[in-house]
Design a protein. Structure first.
Length: 225
């Protein structure tokens, strides 16, 4: 499979007690990727629908994803939100159904540039969190202005939002959830900036876009080891 054929290929790194690497692939290649990738590496779909079955031509369900031997799904990616118009409520329903179906969920949240500049980052991120929270999953904070733009949040900016998100979960969900939840950072993560970002106390891993297709992905993995 040439990378030319792939729309976006997000690889996710989640570090907790052990390092986990998850490869996100377009749905049509999930079966191929799962069959060919080292079993140590998990695979994720990049979207799915909110119900198990029905008349929803073109959609895929968590059950179909599981049929391909795939254990994870990425939901609420900024491109789903902003190009395909998925709102917080729909994303919340998708997350709930995916979790019920037994998939691991990487739920993406993040503010746009104009929202950051207007000083409403927290408001936006908390609203996105609220419809999903209460569940056990991985949170991916991706400031929209840092996706595919070459702009990265500074490690301090990333840490600030991750810390607030954890505080939100502590107060609004539970202490246990806040402590064990994994909050990963996404948005122009590269081999050059990954170490500094990974050193931040509330950064538990990365959601990597373009850099996951290059050899520097190894450095990004190792930054979390
Ligand atoms: C708990 O949730 C409410 C509503 O989203 C929010 O205003 C508040 O700041 C949250 N608590 C923390 C500590 O973030």
């Amino acid at each position: 499979m040439s990378s030319r054929k792939v729309f976006t290929q997000s690889f996710i790194l989640v570090s907790l007690t052990s390092l986990e690497v998850v490869c996100g692939a377009p749905s049509i290649y999930l079966d191929y990727v799962r069959s060919n990738l080292d079993p140590k590496i998990s695979v994720a779909a990049q979207n799915c629908y909110k119900v198990a079955k029905g008349a929803f031509t073109g959609e895929i369900s968590p059950a179909m994803i599981k049929d391909s031997g795939v254990d994870w799904v990425i939901l609420g990616h900024s491109e789903r939100r902003h190009i395909f118009g998925e709102g917080d409520q729909l994303i919340g329903q998708k997350v709930a159904h995916a979790l019920e179906s037994g998939l691991g969920v990487i739920a993406c949240i993040g503010e746009k540039l104009e929202e950051r500049e207007a000083g409403i980052t927290e408001e936006v991120v908390f609203a996105q969190t609220k419809v999903i929270a209460g569940n056990w999953m991985v949170w991916a904070y991706e400031p929209v202005w840092a996706i595919g733009t070459g702009k990265t949040a500074t490690p301090e900016q990333a840490q600030e939002v991750h810390e607030k998100l954890r505080a939100w979960l502590r107060e609004n969900v539970s202490e246990g959830n806040a402590e064990s939840v994994r909050i990963i950072y996404g948005g122009s993560v590269t081999g050059a900036n990954c170490k500094e970002l990974a050193a931040k106390v509330d950064v538990d891993g990365f959601l990597v876009g373009g850099a996951s297709l290059k050899s520097e992905f190894v450095d990004i993995i190792n930054a979390n080891a």
